[in-house]
Each structure stands twice: as structure tokens, then as C-alpha cells.
Design a protein around this ligand. Sequence first.
Ligand SMILES: Nc1ncnc2c1ncn2[C@@H]1O[C@H](COP(=O)(O)OP(=O)(O)O)[C@@H](O)[C@H]1O
Ligand SMILES: [Mg+2]
Length: 252
Amino acid sequence: MICVENISKSFNGRAVLRDVSLEMQEGETLAIIGRSGSGKSVLMKHAIGLLQPDKGRVLVDGIDIGRISYRELRTVRRQFGVLFQGGALFDSMSAFDNVAFPIRTFTDSTEQQVRDRVLRCLDLVNLSDVGTKRPSELSGGMIKRVALARAVALEPRYILYDEPTSGLDPHTSTTINNLIKGLADQLDVTSIVVTHDMRSVLSIAHRVAFIHRTRMHWVGDIDALHRSEDRTLRAFVKANEYAIGHPAQAYS
Ligand SMILES: Nc1ncnc2c1ncn2[C@@H]1O[C@H](COP(=O)(O)OP(=O)(O)O)[C@@H](O)[C@H]1O
Ligand SMILES: [Mg+2]
């Protein structure tokens, strides 16, 4: 379980998060929502120790990740698969080598084991036949799927997704949402999805955490979200119901 406890974070004197707390429960899919620039990615980066809070702490399975050595942090991080915004594949590597990268870097698997694992992961995202292709030869949706295959390569317990559907058309977004749901079921992982796409939230999340004006404004399950009379939350949900991501970030 990941516990974010009362964290505050400022950049250059400007507060991005104030006194934010959040528990991510085992096996659930939690969506973190909020306007662009509201600190969703910053919060996610705290969960894996890529950023340190100014105040407060983050516990992963009871371990305060701000108080451990870099070596210990690496061990904690191995339990996380991360899908960064845009996919962040290595452009010079084939899809196969991108997925193989964490396995070759963090395990002492033989090449045969690497191969089996990579093919299994590509299969999980329904991409069995693109292994030799480079990112520049793939569509935006395929890049996300390769990145997804890479994120699950080390059999993580937690998968973090940063705007997994941004820049994708509605049809491709649906494919990605279904994959996220499928992976959550098949791999029995805890998933944290940062998004402002409410369609995505409603189709995949059990619980929702809404950041607004640097605070954790609202947390609840999907039923509570539908029933909520919180005006700020309702306005956000309505405004982002049909969001299909940022066209400016689209990949062709
Ligand atoms: N490493 C950083 N240095 C300075 N400012 C940052 C850094 N990371 C994020 N910010 C700022 O924090 C705010 C929240 O960013 P972010 O978490 O990326 O928003 P979003 O909710 O869109 O993911 C933004 O104003 C952003 O410019
Ligand atoms: Mg972001």
C-alpha cells in the first residue's frame, strides 16, 4: 500500500501541493484527476521518490521512501511500472529492445528468458508482431502499448499511468482504457492513473482523487462521484467528460 501523508511541495516559491494526503489501496485502480498544471504528475512522482516533498512523507508498504538509501529506493522502485506521459520510449531501440531494457538492466535473466518475457508482455498489449519496429514507425496508440508492455516487464505490484490517453483519438483511448483494465485484472496490480479524461476515469477507476488549487479537494469511489454535490467537482467532471486529450501532444 502507498500512503501519501500530508505532503507539501513548492517550486521556486510557488506552492503546487499543500498538505496532500492519499492512500492507494492494494488491488484498486485509483484515478488522480485535476486541471492541467494542478500537480497530478508532481504527486505521482512523489509516489516513486522521483521528487521529495518539502513537508510530509510517502510510505510504500510501510517504508518511508524519503529516509532510505538510493540502493534501497531502487529496490522499492522495482515494484513500480510507470507509463510516463507520451510513452518515453528510446527512439533508437526497437520495440522489442525497449521492453527488454528493464529486464536486461535489473535482472540477470538469460537472453532466452528475456525473449520469453518480452514476447509475453507484447502479447499482453496485443502487439505480437511489431517487435522489430522502432518508435518512429509506430502510431501513437502503439507507442503507448509498447510503453505499457515495458511498464509491466518486471511484474510490478504497482502501475502508474500518467495521462495514458492524452493525444489519442477516442477509439484508441478506448483500446488503452480496456488494456489498463485488463492488466489490472490479469496481473492483480494496484493501478494509479493520472488523467483529466473523465471518460477514462469512469471506465477504469474504482476510486477518484481530485486535486484542486493545490489541495486534495475530494476523494471517493465512482458511486460517490456520481452522487456528489460538490460544485467544483461537478464542474470539473462536466467539463472533462468528453476530453480526448491535448491535440497538440498527438503523435501521428
Ligand atoms: N521539476 C519542476 N520544477 C519546477 N516546476 C515544476 C516541476 N514539475 C512541475 N512543476 C510545476 O508544477 C505545476 C504542476 O505540474 P504538474 O504536476 O506537471 O501538473 P499536471 O496536473 O498537469 O500533471 C506546474 O505549474 C508545473 O510547471
Ligand atoms: Mg501531468
